[in-house]
Design a protein around this ligand. Structure first.
Ligand code: NOJ
Length: 512
């Protein structure tokens, strides 16, 4: 059993959703100093790496994913010196740092877009963006029917007959990466952060960087998730080859991970040998909790990634989807973290899921996510999974910030029941389970063969080993308790008490 390859091959990475992690200065927003102060908590959790969500200057139309300067730090969140300090501290604790680069679009407050708006139709300043004349008699209609991922049209008018493309919010104009200055600036940004010592980079909206230059209409019957002329095109991979050369020029196996949304056929090309090390597997979040979709899905993803000697990057949760507990239920969420941590590959955990935080129902006027507004209120957006973390059982802000400070999203009554302080010494807590699972994964799963051998299992159950021997993972997705003995003599870890050698429904056990 050997664990070869780069550090990230089977790393567990913890997504620090910075705005909601720890607020050191009391302005209501989580910040770099706050995150830095809790690095020991993350080291203790046993993760290998932290992914920091954007901390660049931003008017916050999309919680920092609208960046107005890619090579600076938002003064509300810290400073470049604070980033350097965080990287140093993390490295001292044995943690790697992954930053989030948002290169598909800029903020409407970015100097390039301010100049484009001012310069007028046909100007070279507008060339850095996807700008088209409107349709209709006087350009009053959008150039085509492309929808924004956040709802509504993907085009917004300049008010002078020309329109610009924004696949996300109107305040996030898409860059045209074919433009030499855009291409060069992206490389400068990448190198800027690599020079500061980050160990990896997440490429936001990875598949959207190139668009069909003829801007064709979507086919009739098109639905979100279907192939589109602005996602995962073959020419986007030229960009990743270029960026991969930059990553490779630095010592220490720097990671490039693509934020992909799609199945094995979408993920695979990003993993070609001259491209990236990882591409997110988000689909499993939506696989029905039945054995067959999981067996087939795992096999397909392993086969696709193995084609390039890569492994899947399993996403257990993120700031873009509902809380694990919301998706799978409390017991299901505990079962699924053990399942994912046993599979070959890397795992991305989302801040607060280790506490079993539930999705929060926010009132209309509390929601900041542009998805809510752009969908006309039909989609409540992602803020329910972004409520600031409870660290203590004290009243609001529950240790998230100094006493008396008001978090940017309101924490519900009873939030302290989930607090780190309450769970840390409770062996039955989800925090304790996650910590034990990450640790035991290191000794029992990590570095084992990348092949999953499915074992015979009762209906509603999944059981597998990696390779031909070693521990087994038994997942009971049904309601009826099952006998664990055919899978091993000793329970290494279980997401629910195994009484009388019976594994309850909605739970997972690791056995040897
Ligand atoms: C993906 C990010 O994870 C999400 O939060 C953001 O809204 C979009 N990209 C746009 O940057």
């Amino acid at each position: 059993m050997t664990d070869t390859g780069p550090w990230w091959r089977e790393a567990v990475t913890y997504e620090v959703y910075l705005r909601s992690f720890v607020d050191a200065d009391g302005d209501g927003l989580g910040d770099l100093a706050g995150a830095r102060s809790r690095l020991p908590y993350l080291a203790d959790l046993g993760v290998d790496a932290v992914w920091l969500t954007p901390f660049y200057p931003s008017p916050d139309h999309d919680a920092g994913y609208d960046v107005s300067d890619h090579r600076e730090v938002d003064p509300r969140l810290g400073s470049l010196a604070e980033v350097d300090g965080l990287i140093d501290d993390a490295h001292r604790l044995g943690l790697r740092v992954v930053v989030d680069l948002v290169l598909n679009h800029v903020s409407s407050a970015h100097p390039w877009f301010v100049a484009a708006r001012a310069a007028g139709p046909g100007s070279p300043e507008r060339d850095r963006f996807h700008v088209r004349p409107g349709r209709g008699v006087a350009g009053e209609l959008p150039p085509n029917g492309w929808p924004s991922i956040f709802g509504g049209s993907a085009w917004a008018p300049f008010g002078d007959g020309e329109w610009y493309l924004h696949l996300f919010d109107t305040e996030q104009p898409d860059l045209r990466h074919e433009h030499p200055e855009v291409a060069a600036d992206a490389v400068a940004t990448l190198r800027f952060w690599l020079d500061r010592g980050v160990d990896g980079v997440r490429f936001d909206a990875a598949g959207s960087l190139t668009k069909d230059p003829t801007y064709p209409e979507l086919p009739a019957g098109w639905r979100p998730g279907d192939p589109a002329p602005y996602s995962d095109r073959e020419d986007v991979h030229e960009i990743y080859r270029r960026w991969a050369r930059q990553l490779a020029a630095y010592p220490g196996d720097r990671l490039g991970v693509a934020e992909t949304w799609g199945g094995p056929e979408v993920i695979e090309p990003y993993l070609r040998p001259d491209e990236l090390g990882q591409a997110f597997a988000m689909d499993p979040l939506y696989w029905p909790l039945r054995p067959e979709p999981w067996r087939a899905g795992v096999d397909a993803l392993l086969a696709a990634t193995a084609r390039h000697d890569r492994l899947p990057a399993w996403v257990y949760g993120s700031h873009d989807v509902s809380r694990a507990v919301q998706r799978w239920g409390r017991d299901g969420a505990r079962a699924m973290v053990l399942l994912m941590l046993a599979l070959p590959g890397a795992v991305y955990l989302y801040a607060g899921d280790e506490l079993g935080l539930p999705e929060v129902a926010l009132a209309d006027d509390e929601i900041r996510d542009p998805v809510f507004r752009r969908s006309g209120g039909t989609d409540r957006g992602r803020d329910g999974a972004r409520v600031p973390l409870p660290w203590t059982t004290q009243p609001v802000p529950y240790g998230f910030g100094p006493d008396g400070s008001t978090p940017w999203l309101p924490q519900p009554a009873g939030w302290g029941d989930f607090a780190v302080a309450r769970q840390v010494d409770d062996p039955a807590s989800t925090l304790a389970l996650t910590r034990a699972a990450v640790s035991l994964r290191g000794t029992h799963w990590r570095g084992r063969p990348a092949q999953v051998s499915w074992l015979e299992a009762p209906a509603d159950c999944l059981a597998f080993r990696r390779g031909t021997d070693g521990p087994s993972c038994l997942v009971n997705l049904g309601d009826t308790p099952i006998d664990v003995r055919p899978y091993g003599d000793r329970v290494l870890l279980a997401s629910a008490p195994v009484d009388g050698l019976m594994l309850p429904g909605r739970s997972t056990a690791w056995l040897c």
